[in-house]
Design a protein around this ligand. Structure first.
Ligand SMILES: Cc1cc2nc3c(=O)[nH]c(=O)nc-3n(C[C@H](O)[C@H](O)[C@H](O)COP(=O)(O)OP(=O)(O)OC[C@H]3O[C@@H](n4cnc5c(N)ncnc54)[C@H](O)[C@@H]3O)c2cc1C
Length: 294
């Protein structure tokens, strides 16, 4: 019988893990790293760790708790791939990332070649470690309450010697419901922060950037969205001064609604945007921010 063990890096991941477990008709347990427990996912049990820890500590704890699981899963993110790769190593099993569809307990679909093709991938044995994109699965709520147990994470072999503060306390890019991203035409880091960061703050969202903006030192590396950056799946993605390269689109196509602002009416981003505005971003974005009261 299949049994899912999910690692939740945010409270909202639990409902997404429930959606994945439902695709297999399988019961599931969760190790939640920090945050409040949101009941209603139908998890058999939620092991709540008080705070986050280095990936090796989370993976070791998950291995101890998930001995009967056939599927070790988490919502796709940099952090979850780091932890699940270690967990797969500990359990000595295979791993499939960025799954979007479940075909059977061992067969899944995932995008490849920057999302231009969808591959069907077969796990040759169970257990298997899987990261999945939440846009592919319907979140489950309104189910029976789960038993909740506090758990201490295993000791880590890594010591954190310095912690960098996240810019402006904005939500994590991969979890944010609204993302405002800027591209090459941003003049410098200060302009990026005031124009893109300012609108992101007015909307309560995260700021993102293209690789062109990152490579020119305009935006920090961790804000890069795309094939070689982060995969985002917000309700609203605002792309300002972004041409719409295949590599950038690979990171944003799970967005529910895309607004593109570009002064070139022929920019490829307009082919995929739900709403397009042909305008100078230096006029449109401050105007939008002012209308939001920012
Ligand atoms: C292997 C590989 C991996 C890559 N991975 C990534 C990745 O992960 N993420 C990523 O983003 N890219 C990635 N790239 C780079 C990608 O190919 C593009 O070069 C990049 O996405 C272009 O960024 P951009 O849209 O900011 O710049 P450009 O393509 O130069 O577009 C800038 C746009 O801004 C518009 N514009 C200019 N001024 C204004 C203004 N004042 N107001 C409004 N609009 C304006 C222009 O009309 C233009 O459309 C990768 C490339 C390779 C080869």
């Amino acid at each position: 019988m299949n049994r899912v063990f999910g690692i939740a890096f945010a409270s909202s991941d639990v409902a997404a893990i429930a959606g994945f477990a439902r695709s297999l008709n399988a019961p599931f347990d969760v190790l939640q790293i920090g945050g409040e427990v949101i009941q209603g996912s139908g998890a058999a049990s939620i092991h709540l760790a008080p705070d986050t820890a280095p990936a090796d500590a989370i993976a070791t704890t998950a291995q101890q708790l998930a001995s009967d699981a056939t599927h070790l899963v988490a919502v796709s993110s940099m952090a979850s791939k780091d932890v699940l790769a270690r967990l797969a190593g500990l359990v000595d099993c295979g791993m499939i990332t960025d799954v979007v569809t479940t075909l059977s307990p061992t067969s899944f679909k995932r995008p490849v070649v920057a999302g231009t093709l969808i591959a069907t991938v077969e796990a040759l044995e169970l257990p298997v470690a899987i990261t999945f994109r939440p846009a592919g699965y319907e979140a489950v709520t309104g189910q029976a309450a789960s038993s909740v147990q506090a758990v201490s994470l295993a000791p880590s072999a890594v010591a954190v010697v310095q912690e960098a503060k996240k810019t402006g306390g904005r939500p994590d890019l991969t979890q944010a419901r609204i993302v405002v991203s800027g591209g090459r035409p941003m003049k410098d880091a200060a302009t990026f922060e005031s124009v893109i960061g300012g609108l992101a703050d007015a909307l309560g969202g995260a700021a993102g950037a293209t690789r062109a903006a990152v490579d020119s030192g305009i935006a920090p590396n961790e804000l890069q969205v795309g094939q070689t950056g982060k995969i985002v799946a917000p309700d609203l993605y605002i792309a300002a001064g972004i041409s719409g390269s295949t590599q950038h689109m690979a990171g944003i196509k799970d967005s529910k609604f895309i607004i593109a602002i570009n002064k070139d009416p022929d920019a490829p981003i307009f082919d995929v945007a739900d709403l397009g505005l042909v305008a100078d971003l230096y006029v449109a974005l401050p105007e939008l921010k002012a209308k939001l009261g920012g």
